[in-house]
Design a protein around this ligand. Structure first.
Ligand SMILES: [Zn+2]
Length: 95
């Protein structure tokens, strides 16, 4: 399965069935986005489970804890600048 590009639902998932629809979960890796205040942290190749029925993505509690640890103490492989737009200001004509 291709790496998921959509927003990730971060939820506990220690079971093998989707808690939303009861569908079968399949192991995958995703790019996970974690927000802390105004800072956004990206995690690539995060182990996750995707529901084969509804497409919901689940991340194990243990993995979420590791992500928390990485935000606190981890060393990122690289940093990216995130473009930020204030929508009303962005579409207003420049003066
Ligand atoms: Zn499901």
């Amino acid at each position: 399965m291709a790496e998921a590009e959509k927003k990730t639902m971060t939820t506990k998932a220690n079971n093998s069935r989707c808690a939303v629809c009861g569908g079968e979960l399949q192991a995958t890796t995703i790019t996970h986005e974690e927000k802390r205040g105004s800072q956004i942290y990206l995690f690539q190749n995060v182990p996750a489970k995707v529901c084969t029925a509804c497409g919901e993505i689940w991340i194990d509690e243990e993995v979420l804890q590791q992500i928390d640890q990485l935000i606190e103490y981890g060393a990122p492989v690289r940093k990216v600048e995130t473009p930020v737009y204030d929508f009303p200001r962005a579409i207003a004509p420049a003066h």
